[in-house]
Design a protein around this ligand. Structure first.
Ligand code: FAD
Length: 405
């Protein structure tokens, strides 16, 4: 009998967890499993703010895909997915190669969402993957290294703007606030030459967080020199900086470093499939299957799962992606083995911790509010747990964060 072909797209949190569970549950005679990813490495997306700010080397945040999978059971292909033909059950790769599937798991993650704001795509950096993170770090280093070599310093050269004071924006601006004094010292630049500005359109930083935690975070960051512009919309990004508006007043802020961290959408490949979606996120069924696409499961940031209690979608997080992987794998295994009783995905959210640099954080874990070093230690526990789930004790010992205090 022909073995069913299971193809997993993306080796991020959702894709790697799906693959690891598939390889455990299916024997080589039961299915052909293929994992396709743009790079030959998996990266810890939740660490990219550190890589971008230059507080963590990019190699610490990535690991070879083949170190995480069982090569006897899974075929790994380093390639870029350019399209998916749902009717013909085929994945199309960059080199025009076509890969057939019986079961497909789409785990292609997120892309930056610029909400149509003029010039952001062209002139702002985004924290999207290892390469964009390295680009931000290199740009920062180059800017600091160049400053003292210029007779005429362009206005705003040493102004760093972060668009968005949500989770990612705050985590990134905190790393920047920690790194800037070191860069100033290294390149002989007075600290007060550098401005760090965080712009947020909502009426508060960290919308949705507990007000006491928000106040703590903002106070800590302001103490390190971060200027917050809350309730302020970025209208345009230009090569010279940004144009913002608040209460009908428009202002130009000159800057050579604008990092957009205010929005994500699912992979653009979703749009190409024709599957009904909202900003490239597909409202999946309880068993994680995509509506109207036979054999297709979607996990991670390309999926949209509604929280029955609030009737709102769960925010796209690594926590959710990592929990979806095993459920998708279990359901595919059940179908391959002829079963029909599929598992329902129900997130088991343990909490959220937002780092404020390597030594500080805020969070709510198991319903308890955490601040400062205890929150920071918890953040490292969360990061280490992800490594353990992906690559066992070996990966944890190799890449783990053990500088708890
Ligand atoms: P990803 O982990 O992003 O993986 C997608 C994979 O698909 C990548 O390997 C990519 O290379 C590959 N890929 C993409 N396109 C293609 C293509 N066309 N062809 C082939 N391969 C492709 N969540 C939390 O729960 N807690 C946190 O503390 C947290 N912190 C965050 C901090 C930052 C700075 C950021 C940016 C996000 C953070 N998140 C956090 C969100 C979390 O990282 C995402 O929700 C999570 O990564 C989604 O997992 P995923 O598997 O869908 O995608």
């Amino acid at each position: 009998m022909k073995k069913p072909k299971v193809v997993v797209l993306g080796a991020g949190y959702g894709g790697i967890m799906t693959t690891i569970h598939l390889q455990k549950q299916l024997g080589v005679n039961e299915a052909e499993i293929t994992l396709i990813n743009k790079n030959d490495y998996h990266y810890e997306t939740t660490w990219l703010h550190e890589v971008s700010a230059g507080t963590l080397h990019h190699d610490r945040a990535r690991v070879s895909v083949t170190d995480l999978i069982n090569k006897n059971k899974v075929t790994f292909m380093k390639d870029t997915v350019t399209d998916i033909n749902i009717e013909q059950k085929k994945v199309i790769l960059k080199n025009n190669q076509e890969i057939e599937y019986d079961y497909l798991v789409i785990a292609l993650g997120y892309e930056s969402e610029t909400f149509g704001i003029k010039g952001l795509k062209e002139h702002a950096f985004s924290i999207s993957n290892i390469n964009t993170a390295r680009q931000i770090r290199e740009h920062l280093d180059y800017t600091f290294a160049t400053y003292n070599n210029l007779e005429e310093k362009p206005e705003g050269m040493m102004t760093i703007i972060v668009g968005g004071a949500g989770f990612t924006g705050i985590e990134f601006v905190a790393e920047i606030a920690n790194r800037v004094p070191k860069l100033c010292k290294e390149f002989d630049i007075p600290r007060d030459t550098v401005r760090i500005i965080c712009v947020e359109a909502a009426p508060t930083a960290l919308p949705g967080f507990d007000p006491q935690l928000i106040e703590y975070a903002v106070t800590q960051l302001e103490r390190k020199g971060v200027e917050f512009k809350i309730g302020t919309m970025i209208k345009e990004c230009t090569p010279e900086g940004i144009i913002v508006s608040k209460d009908d007043q428009t202002e130009e802020i000159k800057s050579k470093t604008v990092v957009w961290a205010a929005g994500v959408r699912g992979s653009h490949i979703i749009e190409k499939t024709g599957i009904e979606n909202n900003r490239c996120r597909v409202k999946v069924g309880p068993d994680l299957r995509a509506p109207g696409a036979e054999g297709v499961f979607i996990v991670g940031d390309c999926s949209l799962v509604i929280n029955d209690e609030t009737d709102k979608p769960y925010p796209p997080t690594a926590q959710v992606a990592m929990q979806q992987g095993p459920v998708a794998a279990k359901n595919i295994t059940t179908l391959i083995k002829g079963g029909t009783d599929l598992q329902t995905f129900k997130p088991d959210l343990k909490g959220t911790v937002c780092s404020l640099g390597h030594d500080d954080a805020i969070g709510v874990v198991f319903g308890r509010k955490l601040f400062g070093t205890s929150a920071s230690a918890m953040k490292k526990v969360v990061d280490n747990r992800a490594l353990f789930l992906e690559g066992g004790p070996g990966l944890l010992l190799k890449k783990g964060k053990f500088n708890f205090f």
